[in-house]
Ligand binder design. Structure first.
Ligand SMILES: *Cc1c(COP(=O)(O)O)cnc(C)c1O
Length: 379
């Protein structure tokens, strides 16, 4: 396809919900190439999705092999790889049963339904600057006014309380609360990391009131922070965990995993595509690869953040945030011109979520370009 044709087609036929200026045509490992063949080191990775890098041979092979055997059959039948996939998710989360979905928002929708049927309650508590998705239910527990307010009124009803403030959380969560939705690290907000004790306090308050603790690990999970789940660092066990983004290296897939005695009964939930053979094959291969590279993730994250220390980064594993303010977009564009892709999350925060397979020499190169761009723009 000619270079200008895709811009023209997009502007004429696609709804203008995104602002974008680059077509990514190909990827391998931590590298991607645009339609003109220019090379970029990818510190966006589809927003923490391409966990095993682009087109990891084992993931690509698993998808191709499955595509030759069976692409779809419906959850009316046992689905190839679905059981193994659920078993692996239970192992890595320490919970009891999984239910698969097609996205992060849909996993959170499932968690809302499960919390409602399990508790018989209707109200939720979530946190300022939190993000849980853009479908109507997941949007109802998402805080950001700009994306939420055009769609009011939303269900379920949700009380938002200051992220990181234990006293405010204690007041908000009551014996009317079905569930508390919390991110272990707020990703879309710009990599905001509360103290580990905060999660223990939420756990205790949920136990006191009978509310379910629903930990949204859509962005932080699947090894991103150096452990399978970010919440595992605080040694708090949630009632429900939701996952998506990095779970299948870019093949669309989400999951909710819940503790024993929390499960959908017959006909309480379902989906045509969710947990299909291709997604499960991709997820299984992804989890095998992550298992091998997981021990290196913390060290790599420390190396990357250490190289950016002039700008006070916050990080956990390979999830790194730097507050730069309103020049964020200019820094991102300077990085792109120098062959490194980075992303601006909310409130002038750079978010770096490279593939977990990124090599040390690639980290050094990316940090060099980012430092250079920051120096140039902030000067
Ligand atoms: C991206 C994200 C979601 C939404 O996932 P989608 O797959 O885009 O629906 C939900 N929660 C968190 C924490 C996320 O980062």
């Amino acid at each position: 396809m000619s270079d200008n044709n895709y811009r023209e087609l997009d502007s004429r036929y696609y709804m203008p919900a995104f602002s974008r200026d680059l077509m990514i045509a190909r990827g391998k490992g931590s590298m991607v190439w645009d339609a003109d063949g220019n090379e970029y080191l990818d510190c966006v990775a589809g927003i923490a999705v391409c966990s095993t890098g682009h087109c990891h041979p084992r993931v690509t092979e698993a998808i191709c092999r499955q595509a030759n055997d069976l692409i779809h059959c419906s959850n009316l039948y046992y689905v190839p790889h679905q059981g193994e996939c659920a078993q692996k998710l239970v192992e890595i989360t320490g919970l009891s049963r999984a239910f698969l979905s097609n996205s992060g928002a849909e996993a959170n929708e499932g968690a809302i339904k499960l919390a409602r049927v399990a508790t018989g309650r209707k109200a939720f508590v979530a946190f300022t600057h939190g993000f849980h998705g853009r479908t109507m239910g997941s949007l109802a527990v998402t805080h950001k006014p700009a994306i939420r307010e055009p769609f009011l009124p939303l269900e379920p009803s949700c009380t938002f309380t200051e992220y990181g403030d234990t006293d405010a959380m204690m007041k908000a969560v009551t014996d009317q609360t079905a569930g508390v939705f919390v991110e272990p690290i707020q990703g879309e907000a710009g990599v905001i990391i509360p103290p580990a004790e905060y999660f223990r306090a939420i756990r205790e308050r949920c136990d006191e009131t009978g509310a379910l603790m629903i930990v949204d690990e859509v962005q932080t999970g699947m090894g991103r922070t150096g452990t399978w789940l970010a919440i595992q660092k605080s040694r708090v066990k949630p009632d429900i965990v939701t996952l998506a983004k990095g779970i299948a290296s870019g093949f669309p897939m989400g999951a909710l995993v819940a503790r024993e005695d929390l499960a959908f009964k017959k006909s309480e939930h379902g989906s045509t595509f969710a947990g299909g053979p291709l997604a499960c094959a991709a997820a299984l291969a992804t989890m095998e690869v992550i298992e091998e590279i997981l021990p290196e993730v913390s060290r790599k994250g420390d190396r990357f953040a250490g190289l950016l220390s002039d700008y006070n980064p916050r990080h956990s594993g390979l999830m790194i945030g730097l507050t730069v303010g309103e020049v964020c977009a200019r820094v991102a564009s300077a990085c792109q011109q120098n062959g490194v892709l980075i992303n601006c999350a909310a409130d002038g925060n750079i978010r770096l979520v490279p593939p977990l397979v990124i090599r040390d020499d690639e980290i050094d190169r990316a940090a060099g370009v980012i430092n250079g761009a920051l120096g140039e723009v902030l000067l």
